[in-house]
Every structure is written in structure tokens, then in C-alpha cells.
Design a protein around this ligand. Structure first.
Ligand SMILES: *Cc1c(COP(=O)(O)O)cnc(C)c1O
Length: 589
């Protein structure tokens, strides 16, 4: 077995641009945050204060992401000789937690990073910031006089652009001549990914061209006052071709508008959509098939190629900036068997048949037969304790026999067996990636990771200790709510072909479940974890929970709020601040 730090890093996905820089595994197998030469043991931060868990906010990561985005665009500008300016704005809805907004505003001075707000409270939050040099504030959403009055008072500190998205907006804005306007237009190119409904003619926001025509007729001032063209085709656009379509369509719109009297448009705002890599594998709904640099290059290249003149580029990504800054840590407080118990041991003809198979092909065939036996039995069995006892034992014996036979064959036939195993969907593979344990953690998915419920969002999970030991079992993570949706069971592995490993490394050490196949993306139905020892504080972390999760947080079962641990580097000194500790009392320890 060559299990160790290298394989652990790959299995848990600590390989991308962010996590290869900020997270590491120390000699004792503990996960640490690396910041300016400081090494911070994450589990210790939580266990020192006897907490059930915490949101750990690493503020330098926000600044790093801002730098990365800015640099990527500067590089693309240089590469294509683009003469326009880069105008980033941060969309508050991605995360308007005060410390996050404050971090972006402060660090944003050097890049003149502005904001995008969609509601009155978001504008109010931003109104308290006074800029020496005005920064962009792009306002979209539904407006009223109260909002526009407030914006009118903010013009010294902010270069305000209010989107017009309907005739109502134009009517309202005719009374506010000091406010510049933007046109938010719908794009017809459909984007891809979980949030694709934000694009298309039937999308919620944006103007139809016919409405724009009517508007210009009724309000002839619209073309002159328009300084920005705005599109937003949805968050997390994962497909590069779709992205290119959207950019091209927007530039054509821009050219047409400039030609038909909108002479003052000087900004193109391509909206959000820059996808954050929730996993490292490309061509997957949770990560893009393009890099940050490619994203910037696509935008700039298309503008150089096709745009009438040289508009400034407004970048409105929020997810990419804030997703990695929050790590959600939670303590495991109980483990239970998943669906069958640990002790099968009963001998049945079908179990013997499984044990006598000689290769994967045969095993696949017999496993299907075994499933059919179980299904038939379930229909026929009387509902009483004795029949439940027999059924549970039989099911356990079958599952164990399939797993141990596959384990044996893969050890003997290696690559050949693996190839056979993944050729078609089958019960053997399904069983090999199925969990055997339920891990109850002291948290609420509804409160801390709501997008797992709302949008089936994927988050990486990693244990905070024992990373030098091979995982023992596959487990489902269950939360504290009395809701069966409060479970998280997804774990995607993608390890390249050229890694060094032995067959034994493919399997968890206790239940012999399959963790990865080199060169293949494998979606496990449980997370590779260790069984907590007696009196051991065993913590797990969900990575990349910094975008949207704070704002969407639900209050299911009255579980809301979590301790916060804010980590920052100020003048090269490490600063760790604990907040909201009183919320800990709502969670079992
Ligand atoms: C939500 C939203 C964004 C943020 O997009 P992300 O891709 O999630 O960063 C940007 N602009 C507008 C108009 C939005 O509604």
C-alpha cells in the first residue's frame, strides 16, 4: 500500500488553484491552512473551544481570488492589446455578510472594485461606504422611489448606473435625470449548468427588444442616458461553447445599439457566470471546461475581434470571488449502520452462487439475480420481527458477498476487472460505491449548506484528521434535522491515470468499498471516512461554502446560526477571531 499524503490530497481534491495553495496535510495526518508561513490546524481551532462545528472564514482567500481575476484580465488585455478598462463589481447577493463586503470594499480600493446591488437593503448596506474616488455601483432588480431617492444621494461616492428592465423602470427614471442608466437585455443563447434558467427569452430579468423599441418611442432620452449594456446569463456557466455564444450575442447587441443612437454606451457588463471549480474534473456540471484565464481571454478576444469600439469591461462574478473563503466544519457525534447490519454470516444458495463466481462478468449476472430474489421476497414476506430478521440477514449476506467477491477479483485481475466493472451500469459497481455507515454530524444542511437541498449543489468533504490513514468506510453524512432530505451522500473522485498506487489503495480498509479508478470520474454514494474511535473528536469539513450559502440559510427545526472563526493576516500577523459562540448551545456535542 502506498497510501499517504499524496493519495489523500488527490482523493479529497486538494489539487486545484485554491486548495493546493491554502490547504495541506501535516505529518500527523491533520488538515492545515497555510497562510504566510503560518500553519493552522483546523480541527484544533474548533476542539479547543469545544465547539460542535464552525464556519471558518479565511479572508485572505477573498483577496487572492480578487487578485487572480484582476491579473487574468490584465494578461488578456496585454495579450490582445485591448485598450478599454477593467471594471470589476461584486454582486452583493453572492454573500453580503458584513465582514465579506468589508473585505472586498477595503481591498478593492486598489482595483476600484465596485458593487452590484439588486434590492433596497443591499443598496443601504453599501451606502455607508464613502469612496475617495467614485466606484461603480450597478443596480438592477425592481425599483421604486425610495430606492432611487437613496441612490440620488450617493452620487458623490459612487458612479451609479441603474438598469432599465421594463417600461415601469423607464417611467420611474424619467424623474431622476442625474442617474445614469444601463440596459439589461435578455440573451437568447441558453447557458448550461444548474442555473441555466437565467438565460433565454423567457428568463426572469432583462428587456425584450420590442419593449426597448416602445420605450425609446415614449422616452426619447433613453438612448442618450444609457452608458452600460448589461446581460447576465446565469451563475456557474460550465460550458465554454455556451459562454462564447453569450459573449458573441452580447457584442452584436452592443454594436447594433451603438449604431442606432445609443452613442454613450461605454461599458459592457457580461454579468456573472464565471464558474467556480467545485471539483477539479472538467466537463462536469460542478466545474467548468475552461480556466479563469480562458474566461478572460474569450471576453477580450471577442471584443477585439467584433466590437465597434472599445467599451470598458464590467466583470460581475461573485461566486468565484467568495466561494472558497468559507469552510464549514462539523463534528461527528454518532455512527450507525446504513441499511444493513455488520453481521451477515447466514448461508443461502444465492450467496453461495455469488461466492462461486469467477470473474466480474459472472458476478454482475449473479448479482442481478440476487436483487430479483430480494425484491420477490419483500413482496411476499409477512410484516413481523422474525421475517425482518431473516430479510436483513439475507440482504447483508448478499451485499457483503458481492463486495468481497469483487474485491478478490479486482485484486487478482486488476485493470481488466476494473474495465469490465465500469463497462455498463450494474449492481456490482453500485454495491461497491454504496455506503455502509451513517455519520450523524452536529449541523443542519438546511442552514449551513442550503444549496445541497435547493439545487443539488456539490461540496467537497474532507476529514480533518487521520488523513495519513486510509479511509475505513463509505458513509453518508446525516444532519440534525428531522428531515430525510438532511443527508449528504455525494462524493466524486477523479484521480489521473499516472498516479502511483497499489490495488489495495482503491478500497476502504474496513468495508472494502471502491474509492477511485485512475483516469475515471467515479461518483460514490458515500464519503470515504474513518470510524471515530472512543472519545475521539472526529471532524469533517465541507469546502467552498462561501457563496450563497450564508444568504440562503434556512431555519429548519430552529437550527440556525453557527459559531464563526474568522482568520486574517494583518500586517503579516495572524489574527483569529471567534464570533457567534452562543449559537453553539443549539447543537449537541
Ligand atoms: C447573481 C448575479 C451575479 C452573480 O453571478 P455569479 O455567477 O454567481 O457570480 C451577477 N450579476 C447579476 C445581475 C446577478 O443576478
Amino acid at each position: 500500500m502506498v497510501w499517504g499524503k499524496g493519495l489523500a490530497r488527490r482523493l479529497y481534491g486538494l489539487t486545484g488553484v485554491v486548495w493546493s495553495k491554502y490547504l495541506d496535510i501535516d505529518e500527523r495526518g491533520r488538515l492545515i491552512v497555510k497562510l504566510k508561513g503560518y500553519k493552522i490546524d483546523i480541527a484544533k481551532l474548533v476542539s479547543d473551544k469545544q465547539l460542535p462545528g464552525a464556519h471558518i472564514r479565511i479572508l485572505p482567500i477573498i483577496r487572492y481570488m480578487m487578485d487572480q481575476v484582476y491579473e487574468a484580465f490584465m494578461e488578456a488585455f496585454r495579450k490582445f492589446g485591448y485598450k478599454g478598462a477593467f471594471k470589476p463589481v461584486y454582486p452583493l447577493k453572492s454573500n453580503s455578510t458584513p465582514i465579506v463586503v468589508d473585505t472586498i470594499w477595503r481591498y478593492g480600493i486598489k482595483y476600484s472594485w465596485g458593487f452590484n446591488a439588486g434590492t433596497y437593503p443591499e443598496v443601504k448596506l453599501i451606502s455607508k461606504y464613502i469612496n475617495e474616488k467614485p466606484r461603480l455601483l450597478v443596480v438592477d432588480g425592481i425599483k421604486d422611489n425610495k430606492l432611487l431617492d437613496l441612490l440620488s444621494k450617493m452620487c458623490d461616492s459612487w458612479e451609479i448606473i441603474v438598469d432599465i428592465e421594463s417600461m415601469r423602470d423607464a417611467d420611474l427614471l424619467s424623474k431622476y435625470q442625474d442617474l445614469n442608466i444601463g440596459l439589461r437585455v435578455k440573451v437568447t443563447s441558453k447557458s448550461s449548468g444548474l442555473w441555466s434558467h437565467s438565460s433565454g427569452l423567457d428568463s426572469k430579468f432583462g428587456l425584450l427588444i420590442n419593449t426597448l423599441d416602445e420605450m425609446v418611442e415614449k422616452h426619447p432620452w433613453v438612448p442618450n442616458r444609457t452608458v452600460l449594456l448589461h446581460v447576465h446569463a446565469g451563475s456557474q456557466i460550465t460550458d465554454k461553447n455556451r459562454l462564447e455564444d453569450i459573449i458573441r450575442e452580447t457584442i452584436i447587441l452592443y454594436n447594433n445599439l451603438v449604431k442606432t443612437g445609443f452613442k454613450n454606451i461605454r461599458y459592457i457588463d457580461f454579468g456573472g457566470g464565471l464558474a467556480y471549480p467545485y471539483i477539479e474534473a472538467s466537463n462536469h456540471v460542478f466545474s467548468a471546461n475552461y480556466s479563469l484565464n480562458e474566461y478572460a481571454e474569450i471576453l477580450v478576444k471577442e471584443l477585439v475581434k467584433s466590437a465597434e469600439n472599445t467599451p470598458d469591461i464590467v466583470f460581475e462574478g461573485g461566486r468565484y470571488i467568495v466561494a472558497p473563503h468559507r469552510i464549514t466544519v462539523t463534528k461527528i457525534i454518532d455512527t450507525r449502520p446504513y441499511s444493513t447490519s455488520d453481521r451477515g454470516e447466514t448461508s443461502y444458495p444465492i450467496v453461495e452462487e455469488i461466492k462461486n463466481t469467477e470473474n466480474i462478468k459472472e458476478l454482475v449476472y449473479v448479482s442481478r439475480k440476487a436483487r430479483e430474489v430480494i425484491t420477490r421476497l419483500m413482496l411476499k414476506f409477512p410484516i413481523n420481527i422474525e421475517s425482518r430478521r431473516i430479510l436483513e440477514k439475507l440482504l447483508t449476506s448478499i451485499n457483503e458477498a458481492i463486495t468481497s467477491k469483487a474485491y478478490e477479483i479486482i485484486h487478482r485481475d486488476n485493470d481488466k476487472a476494473l474495465e469490465e466493472l465500469i463497462k455498463t451500469p450494474n449492481y456490482v459497481l453500485e454495491e461497491l460505491v454504496s455506503p455502509t455507515r451513517r455519520f450523524f454530524a452536529s449541523f443542519s444542511l438546511f442552514s449551513h449548506l442550503p444549496d445541497t437541498i435547493i439545487a443539488d449543489q456539490y461540496f467537497k468533504i474532507i476529514p480533518l484528521q487521520r488523513l495519513n490513514e486510509k479511509p475505513e468506510v463509505l458513509g453518508v453524512i446525516s444532519d440534525l434535522t428531522c428531515d430525510s432530505m438532511g443527508e449528504y451522500s455525494s462524493f466524486i473522485t477523479f484521480l489521473p491515470n499516472n498516479i502511483e498506487y497499489e490495488t489495495e489503495d482503491l478500497f476502504t480498509s474496513l468495508d472494502h468499498k471502491l474509492m477511485f479508478i485512475p483516469g475515471k470520474t467515479l461518483r460514490l454514494k458515500g464519503v470515504p471516512l474513518h470510524i471515530p474511535r472512543k472519545n475521539e473528536d472526529y471532524y469533517i469539513a465541507f469546502l467552498d461554502t462561501g457563496a450563497y450559502q450564508d444568504m440562503l440559510s434556512m431555519n429548519h427545526n430552529l437550527l440556525n446560526g453557527y459559531p464563526e472563526i474568522i482568520i486574517d493576516i494583518i500586517n503579516d500577523n495572524l489574527k483569529i477571531i471567534y464570533e457567534n459562540l452562543e449559537s453553539a448551545e443549539n447543537y449537541p456535542l
